[in-house]
Ligand binder design. Structure first.
Ligand SMILES: [Zn+2]
Length: 71
């Protein structure tokens, strides 16, 4: 088994966490700032796992949305 690893927030270095919305989509959100990834939708447990891995990948790549202006 391989657990999903979330790096620290690319904006503020806070903790990232998987947030499920409505039982059909997931994103990674920062516990400390407003940074988050896009939502990825899923239909079943298999897709749920893939979706979690997808948003974790985006997060770890630093592809996050923040209301603060960066770059
Ligand atoms: Zn943050």
């Amino acid at each position: 088994m391989n657990d999903i690893v979330l790096e620290e927030c690319p904006i503020c270095r806070g903790n990232g966490m998987l947030v499920h919305e409505g039982g059909w989509s997931v994103e990674v959100q920062c516990a400390d700032c407003s940074a988050h990834t896009v939502y990825v939708e899923y239909k079943d447990e298999t897709e749920k796992r893939s979706a979690e891995e997808a948003v974790a990948y985006l997060w770890n790549m630093g592809k996050v949305i923040s209301s603060e202006r960066g770059e």
